[in-house]
Design a binder for this molecule. Structure first.
Ligand code: ZN
Length: 92
């Protein structure tokens, strides 16, 4: 059950490193994006795309089923430095 869910999520998860890609990703599935941790960004993202933050995976490399660089990035919404990537998806 868990493996199935994980496989499903992997095949529907898109790495989105900018807001345009983010919006496309949540149209069709999950977005895996850097997020600065700010509740303001989370709110704005929710307002504009209807996507909400689901989780910050402990093992970031596990999400896409491949190694991903664990370097810090910039928040997909505000562009501030971000340590972690989070998974976002639309709530229905
Ligand atoms: Zn932000």
């Amino acid at each position: 059950m868990f493996d199935k869910a994980l496989a499903f999520r992997r095949s529907n998860t898109h790495e989105a490193l900018n807001y345009d890609d983010f919006k496309k990703a949540v149209e069709t599935g999950f977005a895996f994006s850097y997020w600065c941790g700010s509740g303001d960004c989370e709110e704005k993202i929710k307002e504009e795309t209807r996507a909400t933050m689901r989780c910050i995976p402990i093992d970031q490399a596990e999400v896409l089923g491949k190694e991903v660089p664990l370097a810090p990035g910039v928040c997909v919404y505000c562009g501030k430095p971000a340590q972690d990537r989070a998974i976002f998806a639309r709530a229905y």
